[in-house]
Design a protein. Structure first.
Length: 466
């Protein structure tokens, strides 16, 4: 009997890296949209009346529907419907949410356009523009987080046994480039002509549609891969179906929950910080939003350059748990500098570089460690559960930070709104809160490393076996 081994599309390096570029482009534009308003906090305060508490609420709103259960549903949809359907659904949700948010902050809406009266009729402390922008951001957030777990699963599908951690690292690097792009572009586009918060949001909203199209192209390639692996399954490797009861397995795995807890602590001191970083630098250094954004934009670049290198190191050498620990230490150091050291541009750049290194160590090690703890058929749900737990922090911390900023700076919001010269926030309290998260992440990292040593999960081992 002759055995024919069919070469699959992902056995071609060109095809699998093309697939990666296509799905990473969706995330690139998604990450641009996430932070399009982050460098414009000051302009939102003066032109739309959003104080720090409102800005924090807006930052947290991205994750509200996910925390209310959407992400778990997203994981189940992903495991049941596969990466193509889920990816297209998530990219469409991003576009829809972006459209609502753009409308919410538009001149037309703010000057009494359709729905303005209704959105002005409740929670009257919060401007109607912020409420509608939050609604749009919630819908967008469902899409972007669903896309995040879909892309992780797609990479595992296309790269298992190959350069998986490198591919995950590169995907993240491309997403970080999106953050760099938006911190460079957003204040610049906002200042083209009369200052406007709507212009950058609308521009990046259009780019999101390109992200939807690139995912569409990926689905054509993925269908081909499925046809080929379907043949392999028929030849004797049937896939087990996902069951909702499997979620219990995830919620009762101590090590899996430790990774999830580390993830929420770490990322709560990264993404919420990213929302406030421009304003923090602007306040501490007494510079413009554009100048502050020009400093902060190098943070994702550090992460972008190092994440794939560290991903490759992890593939060949391992040391994942150690990388998590080191990342938590560097992040804590950066936040403590911003909290306690009188800032100069040089110190600010140095702290940002430290944070960039930290932000490559942790993601490069964290996400590829999940398949070591959880079997493949539960992977979509496993990423969804981790994201869900992480989203609780990402929702809560912008709100906590915005509130703490307001409370620790009585009267400053009013001065900024009135255009008082030299009015600026003192960021010591928010930065100390971020530092505490880093310390807690470090302690959990120690625990994880000890667990790995005693139970042998292989977190310190390379992904590619020689
Ligand atoms: N929407 C911005 C936050 C993305 C959070 C996402 N769940 C995540 O953790 N992505 C991985 C990363 O390192 O960016």
């Amino acid at each position: 009997m002759t055995e024919t081994i069919q070469r699959k599309i992902n056995d071609s390096a060109f095809a699998r890296w093309t697939a990666l570029v296509l799905i990473a482009s969706t995330m690139f534009f998604g990450y641009m949209f996430v932070d399009v308003l982050s460098p414009l906090k000051n302009l939102l305060e003066t032109s739309r009346g959003w104080n720090s508490t409102v800005f924090g609420l807006y930052g947290g709103s991205e994750f509200i529907l996910n925390v209310c259960g959407f992400l778990i549903v997203a994981g189940i949809i992903l495991d049941k419907m596969g990466v193509r359907f889920t990816g297209l659904l998530s990219a469409s949700l991003m576009v829809a949410g972006a459209a609502v948010k753009t409308y919410g902050i538009s001149e037309y809406f703010c000057q009494g356009g359709f729905g303005f009266e209704f959105f002005s009729s409740f929670l009257t402390d919060i401007p109607a523009s912020a409420k509608l922008a939050c609604l749009g951001f919630m819908i967008f957030g469902c899409g972007t987080e669903m896309a995040g777990i879909t892309v992780s699963k797609a990479i595992v599908k296309w790269f298992t046994g190959k350069e998986m951690a490198l591919a995950m690292g590169l995907e993240m690097a491309i997403a970080r480039l999106g953050v760099f792009a938006v911190f460079s572009l957003s204040p610049w586009v906002a200042e083209l002509g009369s200052p406007s918060v709507v212009r950058p949001v609308a521009v990046v909203g259009v780019l999101l549609c390109i992200g939807l199209l690139t995912f569409l192209v990926f689905t054509v390639m993925d269908r081909k891969l499925d046809r080929q692996t379907g043949a392999a399954a028929a030849a004797g490797e049937p896939e087990e179906q996902f069951k909702v009861s499997d979620l219990r397995r995830l919620f009762t795995s101590g090590t899996f929950l430790t990774v999830a807890a580390l993830c929420v602590l770490y990322y709560s001191a990264i993404f919420p910080f990213q929302r406030f970083a421009t304003d923090m630098l602007q306040s501490n250094l007494g510079i413009t939003a554009k100048q502050a954004s020009d400093i902060f934009r190098w943070f994702p670049i550090g992460a972008m350059v190092l994440t794939p290198l560290l991903g490759s190191y992890l593939d060949h050498r391992g040391k994942g748990a150690t990388m998590l620990l080191l990342g938590a230490i560097l992040m804590t150091a950066c936040h403590l500098i911003f909290a306690l050291v009188p800032l100069t541009p040089l110190i600010a750049y140095s702290a940002i570089i430290l944070l960039g290194i930290s932000f490559s160590l942790v993601p490069a090690a964290l996400w590829p460690s999940v398949p070591k703890l959880i079997e493949n058929r539960l992977l979509g749900s496993a990423y969804a559960v981790i994201f869900w737990i992480q989203n609780i922090g990402l929702m809560a911390f912008p709100i906590i930070i915005g509130w703490s900023l307001n409370v620790s700076n009585p009267g400053v919001a009013e001065q900024i709104k009135e255009g008082v010269e030299g009015a600026a926030y003192n960021y010591t309290v928010p930065m100390l809160i971020f530092s505490c998260l880093g310390i807690a992440a470090f302690l959990l990292g120690l625990w994880l490393k000890a667990q790995d040593r005693s139970k042998g999960y292989g977190l310190e081992l390379p992904n590619i076996k020689k």
